[in-house]
Design a binder for this molecule. Structure first.
Ligand code: HEM
Ligand code: HEM
Length: 391
């Protein structure tokens, strides 16, 4: 069995490397798609997803190592000639797709690796060589860029792979020209001497990949509009004696509960007229939300270092038979009008209120790099209950 290629056949090394990279890449993709849909509600579920991510990363790096060997081997080998060089468009498409697959073999694992190196902690690569890269700082913004490249590249990989397999099927089922046999068993098939290779297919693939990678690099996370300064919380004729401000986000299908302490509310309410005003001031650094508190407060989400306080300035009135607090919620540098319907029970000088409100994180530009709901859902539920005493 010849190891090397000829201009009519693939040697056993090229074939083994082709099928090994194909297997590793398809395994990495299958695992990625599977693990993204898994629940992460309990510790055991989070541990399972983390283990699968580790396997994905390790397989991905094995694919990268194989791809490097494959590329080096291809560089010193003759490439078997296209079987129908007279079909110029088909030959161009086949070669452009081969180049695009070569690009995918590099860009996919490298972007995944850089993403991993720029983040902290979760799901280690299963190897003894360390988890960081010396030239990659830990930076959420950088990590999000690499993540976006990884996700976008996957789409181009899918398209290239689909065209590649369709081409192979066409050769097998319509042309019946033995191309599959050439890659499976190493059969020699010749269409005469190989015409001098054209640079255009490689260039087309390169331009496509360069354009794709430059999109996330060129598009930084959208800058938030500066918020109106938060007015001081003061006044009112009710004093809040206790209360909870609960927040629920959904991550990978599982509800993650959290809460914020240390908030204050200045309430002026006339229980005869059933109208009033309220100013709620919320120190975001006092949020805790399970194991994801640091991420939630970090620059990708609430960015509490830049936007430490959220405020809700509302007018209380009856709307549709229910008491509702309506007004601007200032959060993450944006001001969005919201309505909080609530129940109120006043007995003498003691009031108990409770209400619920669902926000869309996109309205506030929160998690702008998480453009879909695969990991973090768009709606965020806020539950408020409080007890107040008349001053
Ligand atoms: C499992 C599905 C796959 C099938 C049926 C398949 C089939 C083939 C066949 C028949 C050829 C030979 C074409 C010729 O003789 O001109 C080929 C070449 C090639 N395939 Fe695949 N392939 C598959 C998966 C992949 C994957 C996942 C990749 C890379 C990501 C890939 C990358 C390539 C490349 C770059 C070539 C050009 C030859 C070379 O430079 O090694 N293939 N494939
Ligand atoms: C050939 C190699 C690889 C392939 C084909 C591949 C493929 C994929 C795919 C298809 C996804 C889902 C993307 C999406 O739907 O947005 C994904 C996600 C991911 N991959 Fe890879 N990957 C590879 C290598 C790596 C490596 C080497 C690492 C890290 C060392 C890595 C880390 C990740 C992570 C952390 C995610 C989750 C991204 C997220 O949270 O959105 N991957 N990968």
């Amino acid at each position: 069995m010849p190891l090397a290629n000829t201009t009519a056949s693939y040697g056993s090394v090229a074939r083994a490397l082709h099928w090994l990279t194909a297997l590793l890449i398809l395994a990495a993709v299958a695992l990625a798609l599977y693990m993204q849909g898994l629940p992460q509600g309990t510790d055991a579920e989070v541990a399972r997803v983390s283990a699968l991510y580790s396997v994905h990363k390790t397989i991905g790096l094995a694919a990268f190592a194989t791809a490097i060997v494959r590329i080096l081997w291809a560089l010193i080998q003759p490439k078997p000639a296209a079987l129908h060089p007279e079909r110029r468009a088909e030959t161009f498409a086949a070669e452009a797709v081969h180049w695009s697959l070569y690009a995918a073999m590099v860009v996919m694992p490298v972007s995944g690796w850089l993403f991993h190196a720029a983040t902290d902690g979760f799901a280690p690569i299963l190897w003894p060589f360390g988890q960081s890269l010396p030239f990659v700082p830990k930076s959420p913004a950088l990590a999000m860029t690499f993540r976006a490249i990884h996700g976008l590249s996957a789409k181009l990989l899918y398209a290239s792979f689909a065209l590649h397999v369709l081409g192979a099927l066409k050769h097998g089922l319509i042309d019946r020209d033995g191309t599959m046999g050439r890659m499976i068993s190493g059969r020699a098939l010749s269409a005469g001497p190989r015409p001098s290779p054209s640079r255009w297919p490689a260039l087309a693939a390169l331009v496509l990949w360069a354009a794709l990678v430059s999109v996330p690099v060129a598009l930084p996370p959208p800058a938030a509009r500066p918020a109106a300064p938060a007015p001081a919380a003061a006044g009112g004729n009710w004093t809040v004696s206790q209360g909870t401000l609960a927040i629920t986000v959904r991550q990978s299908q599982a509800a993650i509960p959290g809460s914020i302490t240390g908030w204050s509310a200045a309430i002026a309410y006339d229980d005869q007229a059933r109208t009033g005003t309220v100013l709620v001031t919320i120190p975001l650094a006092r949020l805790t939300i399970g194991s994801v508190t640091p991420q939630a407060l970090g620059p990708e989400f609430l960015d509490a270092a830049r936007f430490p306080t959220a405020t809700f300035r509302a007018t209380i009135a009856e709307a549709g038979g229910r008491l509702t607090a309506t007004g601007p919620l200032s959060l993450h540098g944006r001001e969005v009008p919201v309505s909080l319907p609530f129940t109120l029970d006043i007995r003498g000088d003691h009031a108990t209120m409770s209400g619920q409100l669902t926000l869309d994180r996109r309205d506030f530009g929160i998690g702008a790099n998480f453009r879909d709901e695969t990991t973090v859902a768009f709606p965020v539920t806020i539950d408020v209950t409080l007890m107040a005493v008349r001053k």
